[in-house]
Unconditional design. Structure first.
Length: 133
């Protein structure tokens, strides 16, 4: 297969994720990487909350995607809802990371993005400019 993108560090992950138009709706995706760090898959997941992923059934589904695409590691990313508090979020990440490790895989990162709609940004910029004049 052809590899158009290779992840070599946090900067390249940020570059790849920011190149996607994620929109303002809640969603979660999975970047799958092979041993050399090449992206072999980008799977759009059905969940909108991090805590939905941490059930055994859902984690095994994600691990199955990684295995099907020849992956050795993965990165969860998107504009999804976090846990009720930091403890819930960390607990979810720990469960997913542990399941990956037990399957001989590596969860490299969990990236939460915040997308600001253009209209909202324009309205905010307009309001700031009006205050200055």
């Amino acid at each position: 297969p052809e590899f158009a993108f290779r992840v070599v560090g946090p900067e390249s992950i940020a570059e790849y994720v920011s190149s996607h138009r994620l929109g303002e709706h809640k969603k979660m995706s999975l970047i799958i990487l092979d041993q050399a760090g090449h992206i072999t898959g980008n799977v759009f997941l059905p969940w909108t909350k991090l805590t939905d992923v941490d059930s055994h059934k859902n984690i095994m589904q994600i691990i199955s995607y990684v295995n099907q695409m020849g992956g050795r590691s993965a990165i969860l990313y998107g504009n999804y809802e976090l846990g009720e508090d930091t403890r819930d979020t960390n607990k979810s990440i720990f469960k997913i990371k542990t399941a990956f490790s037990n399957s001989g895989l590596h969860l490299m990162d969990v990236v939460h993005t915040i997308e600001v709609p253009w209209r909202k940004m324009l309205n905010m910029a307009s309001a700031i400019l009006m205050k200055k004049s």
